[in-house]
Structure formats: structure tokens, C-alpha cells
Design a protein around this ligand. Structure first.
Ligand code: 5GP
Ligand code: MN
Length: 361
């Protein structure tokens, strides 16, 4: 998710890339010898922006004639099923097989080194590292920063870098970048959906890609087991209208047993927060996704008045005003107790205006 005017509580907003930074990125790529080894890395548990940006750029590098090219991400080498038809997936290698000594590393949608897991050492080993990202909280790791917190998705920066490299959009690249852009703008619904976002979408669509088919595959196709799983998890949602200083809290949780019972993988739970956050009576929504016994990956969203990144940071995580997360420990009610207490602590703070409603992924 990005961060436009949506200041991350822990970091000052980053500057936009300078001409010198763009030039440095182009030169780091074009000065490589023909057998130069390039390693592309996106964040752990990649979403449509992370994978789409990385693979779209990889396809562009291939068009430039780069031969020693790998794309990877830390952790389990598992691509969520809806993203398994992305063009360029043949570039992917498991983290364990990633080039140990690349000449150039390029990171996509990665706000901090911690999101690179065991692959972080490649930054030190490479001669150069380019970081393409749009998180306001980007910690400015790596050498060459193409970080624009006003960009709706990392793919916005990818399209610009490809243009500066003289790589034209083809259908493969366009589909990857379209999936990335549609993912991070909530299918062009969030406030960061500027005229420039629609202009970029128009350039991508002009290659002849099919938005209906892509959206159906990426956003609107689930196994029946997922539908039953969603029924169980949404069926136990709790509404607390008095929480968050009277703005309301809605929450639910999904256990490993829920996943096993319906034969589903953890990534199947990601869209659930979008159903929970529909609740009119609550500003704040949370989904607790069990990772292990006593450990939960928590997704939080706000409609505007509540700064959920403040809550997430206080509980050891991060994110943006309207979309944030952290790892919670203990039972589900204990994790919700901690969230409720943090929300109560922040409820006396002054709310922010409409300019703050930009940010999602
Ligand atoms: P999501 O709920 O979609 O997983 O994440 C929403 C936002 O919160 C994203 O911008 C993501 O980077 C951030 N986020 C989610 N979980 C964590 C976490 O455990 N630690 C940190 N630092 N950020 C997180
Ligand atoms: Mn993103």
C-alpha cells in the first residue's frame, strides 16, 4: 500500500525520486555487461503489486536482452493461486535458489529490509541496489531510491523506469503492471485513483489486455472451500459500537483449523478484511489470521477518522493511516484486548481531514 498524504507515524514522508536517482538507476542497469547477473526481489507474502511490478519489470529487462535474470521473494516459494497466471512467472526461483552474488539487486514494493527476510544479504553482496517502492514508511535502504509515496502502486515507478530504459509496453508487461495497479487502488476505487492512474491504466489497456478477464481471475475467482471458509469466519464477526472512542470496532479471526477444515491456504484469507470493513457501524475493522499457536497476523483498516498505523506501530507492526498490520501474540481475545486498549488510548486524538484518506497498500 502507498502513502500519499497519509503520513506513516514512524517516518517523515519521503521525497520523490530526483532526476539524478532516475539516471543512476538507468545507468546501473545499462552499464552491466551482457552476462551481468540481476536479481529481482519483492516482499515476503507477495501481493499483486509486489509480484506484478517485479515480473513486469523482469519481462522488460528480458526485452532489453538481459539473460542472467532471476526473480524471487523470501519465505515459502508460494504464489497465491489468483496470481499463478501472471506473465513472467517463469522468471521466479525459490529464495533458496536465488543467485548468492548478484551484480545488481532490484527491490519491488519493499518498505524495509525486514521484508526481505533471508534475502537481505544480497543487498550487501551486490555491486548496486535499486529500490522501487511507494510506501511513505520506506526506510531508504539500498543505494538507489526510486521511492514515491504519492505513487498509487509500485508499478507506477516500474512503468516510468521502463520508459526511461526505452522498453515499450507489450501485453505481458502491461498485464503485470495492470494487476499491480488494480490491486493497490482497490480496482480504481480508492482516493489515490488520480487522473494519472487512469492515464496509466489507459496506456496498459491500449496494448489489448482484457480487464474483465484479468479482474475475474485475480479478484473474483475462489474455490468453493474458500466461500465456505468465509462463511465461517464472517459468521463469527463481533461488532463493538462503543470501541475506538465510539467510532466502532468490528473484528473476526480465522484459525489454522479453519483453513485445514476447508482445505485452504493462508493467502485465501487476504480478501476477508474487505468484507469486514464494509460494516457501516464501525470505523475500525480487524481480521486476525492465525499463523501458529498463539501467533496472529493482524490486518487493520479504518474508514478515515482512526489512524490504525498508530495502533499497529504501538503493537509492533506498521503500515498506513487507513491500512496497517502487526503480529499479535496470545489468544484471539487477548490480541483484540490489546487493540481495544490502544484504540481507547488514541481516541482522544484529533482526527485528520479528507487529505489523509488517500492511502491503502
Ligand atoms: P495487510 O493488512 O494488507 O496485510 O497490510 C496492510 C498494511 O500494513 C501494509 O502496508 C503492510 O505493509 C502493513 N503491515 C501489515 N502487517 C505488518 C506487520 O506485521 N509489520 C509491519 N511493519 N507492517 C505490516
Ligand atoms: Mn504496493
Amino acid at each position: 500500500m502507498s502513502g500519499a498524504l497519509l503520513a506513516d507515524v514512524s517516518q517523515p514522508a519521503a521525497e520523490q525520486p530526483t532526476e539524478a536517482e532516475w539516471a543512476a538507476a538507468v545507468s546501473a542497469i545499462t552499464r552491466l555487461p551482457a552476462d551481468g547477473r540481476i536479481l529481482l526481489i519483492c516482499h515476503v507474502n507477495p501481493d499483486g503489486d509486489a509480484l506484478g511490478s517485479m515480473l513486469g519489470f523482469g519481462l522488460g529487462l528480458r526485452r532489453l536482452g538481459v539473460r542472467q535474470l532471476q526473480a524471487t521473494f523470501p519465505g515459502r516459494p508460494e504464489v497465491p493461486e489468483p496470481l499463478q497466471a501472471l506473465p513472467g512467472l517463469d522468471l521466479l526461483v525459490p529464495a533458496t535458489a536465488a543467485e548468492p552474488d548478484p551484480d545488481l539487486v532490484i527491490c519491488f514494493d519493499v518498505a524495509a529490509v525486514s521484508r526481505l527476510g533471508d534475502l537481505a544479504d544480497r543487498l550487501d553482496r551486490a555491486d548496486a541496489a535499486i529500490v522501487l517502492d511507494h510506501h511513505a514508511s520506506n526506510t531508504r535502504f539500498g543505494g538507489i531510491h526510486l521511492v514515491d509515496p504519492d505513487a498509487a502502486a509500485t508499478s507506477v515507478l516500474v512503468e516510468k523506469l521502463l520508459a526511461r530504459l526505452g522498453v515499450p509496453l507489450d501485453q505481458g508487461i502491461a498485464e503485470c503492471l495492470y494487476v499491480a495497479l488494480a490491486t493497490d487502488t482497490g480496482s480504481f476505487r480508492f482516493d489515490m485513483t488520480t487522473p494519472a492512474v487512469h492515464e496509466m491504466a489507459a496506456r496498459l489497456l491500449a496494448t489489448g489486455i482484457r480487464p474483465g478477464e484479468i479482474s475475474r481471475r485475480i479478484f473474483d475467482t475462489r474455490p468453493f472451500g474458500a466461500v465456505r471458509l468465509y462463511g465461517d469466519v464472517l459468521g463469527r464477526a463481533q461488532l463493538e459500537p462503543l470501541a475506538a472512542g465510539g467510532r466502532g470496532l468490528v473484528w473476526t479471526y480465522a484459525t489454522l483449523d479453519d483453513l485445514a477444515r476447508h482445505g485452504q491456504r493462508p493467502y485465501t484469507l487476504e480478501p476477508l478484511i474487505d468484507s469486514v470493513r464494509c460494516t457501516a457501524e464501525a470505523d475500525v475493522s480487524c481480521v486476525l489470521k492465525q499463523v501458529a499457536e498463539g501467533e496472529w497476523a493482524v490486518s487493520m483498516r479504518s474508514k478515515g477518522p482512526t489512524d490504525v498505523s498508530r495502533v499497529a506501530v504501538a503493537l509492533g507492526g506498521g503500515g498506513h493511516r487507513l491500512a496497517a498490520g502487526f503480529t499479535g501474540y496470545g489468544s484471539a481475545p487477548e490480541v483484540v484486548d490489546a487493540i481495544r486498549a490502544e484504540l481507547a488510548r488514541g481516541a482522544t486524538e484529533v482526527g485528520h481531514g479528507p487529505a489523509d484518506l488517500q492511502d491503502q497498500e
